[in-house]
Design a protein around this ligand. Structure first.
Ligand code: PLP
Length: 451
């Protein structure tokens, strides 16, 4: 290891506290220092290259150092780097909003900018809460969320989060909610089997709404894939049913596409697989192609109109973040959307998804692979100690990490979720790199679990 890498590692360990990281463990190792990127590859300070198998934690879309996005950022810096969106605008923020409405499901009309996914979720929660106050139904205050759901780490988002490992420590700080079961077919919370279940998990959402709808302001969920929950994929038809129930009981539907948006599932947004339009759509992560922080809460006209009034009616949405609509981030996001068109990204993706799904079928044959699921280029491979009984590996064995460590030796960077090996490469990944990712991951699972 070079002296400069060693020095950076020491500096980092002395001064940086890392997210979602047990620092005691971190301090005992030499950290990888990522210095550069190139296409689907990350390059560390020692010159080692790794395929970015989880898109730098689910944000990267077309790869690293995309010329069009780099150029857009540089050009914007030459004009201005930031000005406020409170009561005024900037060119990229205005132009991007139009483009977002063009690619969003029909019916969404207004874009509210924030910085991270969690902030955009807070906005969605507060908007739907205030919506009913402005509509003279102040008793509609509660949210319905799903077990295994994840919407970010701020307290509102944690209140509607369904992952005990992340959320239980903060329980006393959270507001009251209604929890519906996860759409987790492999370990069905209702002990049913698809399709004979007739999507009974969606029926559980209806049960809650039918009893409590007068107190409920919104249902929030991740359409098609509960990402952080373990890349859990919903059955076809689930989303449409929930949309129908929300309409029937006059409750808003918030769809969190922070992870699934921007082509990840094969369509621009996951809800477009079922022609469902939410009242509020939340996007983030891939919005700038994975270059800069930017998120948005996008609403229909109905939600927006409820906030219109004379100043002294106090219907204003009193919420905002300092860097909302940052022009550099918005310029990167415009370039990101333009690259989709220029490279025919969604069309090219079809062939990649077909290959990906074919390869994934092979994984099911491995001795300790209990379940393989995917939507588009998002996949979860669930490792089990015993296939027959679906007995999970004990958490202390860190089986997911054993697989990731093996992959790292073979130039592939992964980050598992417990016993679930996650594959979520940039959708712009060249075919040959995708092939390498699949081969290395397959071998790493086999070696980690069968030796
Ligand atoms: C990552 C994620 C968030 C939170 O986004 P941040 O930018 O990390 O705050 C919210 N919802 C979903 C579905 C996510 O995957």
């Amino acid at each position: 290891m070079s002296d400069s890498t060693k020095k950076l590692g020491e500096l980092d360990k002395e001064f940086v506290w890392h997210p979602f990281t047990q620092m005691k463990e971190y301090e005992s190792k030499d950290p990888i220092v990522i210095e550069k990127g190139e296409g689907a590859y990350l390059i560390d300070s020692e010159g080692n290259k790794y395929i970015d198998g989880v898109s730098s934690l689910w944000v990267n879309i077309h790869g690293h150092k995309v010329p069009e996005i780099d150029k857009a950022i540089k050009e914007q810096v030459d004009s201005i780097s930031h000005s406020t969106l409170l009561g005024m605008t900037n060119p990229p923020a205005a132009k991007l909003a139009e483009q977002l409405i063009n690619i969003c499901p029909e019916g969404l009309k207004k874009v509210f900018y924030s910085g991270d996914g969690a902030s955009a979720v807070e906005v969605a929660l507060k908007m739907s809460f205030q919506y009913w106050k402005n509509k003279d139904k102040p008793e509609k205050t509660k949210f319905v969320y799903l077990e295994n759901g994840y919407h970010g780490d701020t307290l509102g988002a944690v209140s509607v989060g369904g992952i005990d490992l992340f959320h239980s420590a903060f329980k006393e700080l959270l507001f009251d909610t209604y929890k519906a079961p996860s759409y987790y077919c492999y370990r069905c919370p209702l002990n049913k089997t698809y399709p004979s279940c007739n999507i009974a998990c969606a029926g559980e959402v209806e049960k809650i709404l039918s009893v409590h709808h007068q107190q409920i302001c919104a249902v929030i969920l991740e359409p098609y894939v509960q990402a952080a929950g373990g890349m859990i994929v919903s059955p076809e038809g689930y989303l449409k049913k929930v949309r129908e129930y929300c309409d029937k009981y006059d409750v808003l539907l918030i769809l969190d596409e922070v992870a699934t948006g921007f082509g990840r599932t094969g369509k621009m947004f996951a809800c477009q697989h079922e022609d469902v339009t939410p009242d509020i759509l939340v996007i983030g992560k891939g919005m700038t192609g994975g270059y800069l922080p930017l998120s948005a809460t996008i609403t229909n006209q109905k939600v927006y109109d409820a906030f219109l009034g004379d100043y002294e009616e106090y219907k204003t949405f009193f919420h905002g973040h300092s860097y909302a609509g940052n022009p550099i981030s918005c310029a990167a996001s415009i370039a990101n959307i333009e690259v989709f068109e220029k490279n025919n990204t969604l069309t090219e993706l079809k062939e990649k998804i077909e290959y990906f799904e074919n390869e994934l079928k092979e994984f099911s044959g491995l001795e300790h692979v209990g379940n393989v699921r995917n939507k588009g280029l998002m996949a979860g491979i669930e490792l089990v100690e015993d296939k027959e009984s679906k007995k999970p590996y004990e958490a202390g064995l860190k089986m997911g990490w054993k697989v990731a460590d093996k992959a790292l030796e073979n130039e592939v960077m992964l980050r598992p979720l417990g016993n679930v090996v996650v594959l979520m490469p940039p959708i712009g990944i060249p075919m040959e790199d995708l092939k390498k990712l699949m081969k290395v991951t397959f071998r790493s699972i086999k070696e980690a679990t069968e030796s």
